[in-house]
Design a binder for this molecule. Structure first.
Ligand code: CA
Length: 227
């Protein structure tokens, strides 16, 4: 089951962009245009993180965040249009975990969501305490995640095997191409991205909600060290 992100934002165009970027990243989303609807969803559903606009029609994000905090420790990322709001978010104990200033790139926001979820994962009670991990049998070209053999294409295997050499070390798309293709010149960075995407989908089937491959924007990919 993908983690569900609750978006509380009254501007449909911004919300649409957020839904698109987060779902592209493998999250599920719920969009609410008012604080009241947002609180109802928080009570009824298992929400991993809230993206909260400061300027809402029925309340403001600061008040709503206080209400959320009285109910749950779910991480909150504020969306704000004004720098004086940033001062309040940073300066006061409102309880937000991060903020993004409008206009922002939806991909940037998705990266923040992942970072906050990683940062807060340790303090979150997890229903799944089984140890996680990848194992590789290079002779059989088999990679296991949490003891489950992954059904990988030749290219996916090569990419994951390359990332497994040094967990945490960032590999550029070019380095991954060199490792994964017999004729790297015939491929492009976007081909690498496409294979990483399908690889992630397979990893998520075994380890939902766990980011096994971390994106370093503008640089490349690394294997998460928290496996
Ligand atoms: Ca607004």
């Amino acid at each position: 089951m993908p983690e569900t992100i609750l978006i509380i934002e009254d501007e449909p165009a911004i919300a649409d962009n957020l839904v698109y970027a987060l779902e592209l990243d493998g999250f599920a989303t719920v969009w609410c245009a008012t604080g009241g609807d947002g609180m109802r969803v928080l009570r009824d559903r298992d929400i991993a993180l809230v993206v909260l606009d400061v300027g809402l029609p029925d309340t403001n994000g600061f008040e709503l965040c206080k209400k959320i905090r009285s109910l749950s420790a779910v991480p909150v990322i504020f969306l704000t249009a004004r720098s004086d709001e940033v001062d309040r978010i940073v300066g006061l104990e409102i309880g937000g975990d991060d903020y993004v200033v409008k206009p922002f790139s939806p991909r940037e926001l998705a990266a923040r969501v992942r970072a906050v979820l990683r940062r807060t994962a340790a303090s979150r009670p997890s229903p799944d305490k089984t140890p996680t991990g990848l194992e590789i049998d290079r002779a059989r070209r088999q990679i296991m995640l949490r003891g489950t053999a992954l059904d990988l294409s030749r290219t996916e295997f090569n990419i994951l095997a390359e990332l497994m050499v040094h967990p945490g070390w960032v590999r550029s798309r070019e380095q991954l191409m060199d490792a994964a293709w017999d004729d790297p010149g015939a491929s492009s960075g976007r081909t690498v991205d496409a294979h990483v995407k399908s690889l992630r989908a397979k990893l998520r089937k075994v380890c939902p909600g766990k980011e096994v491959i971390v994106t370093h924007r503008g640089v490349g990919y690394a294997l998460s060290e928290n496996l």
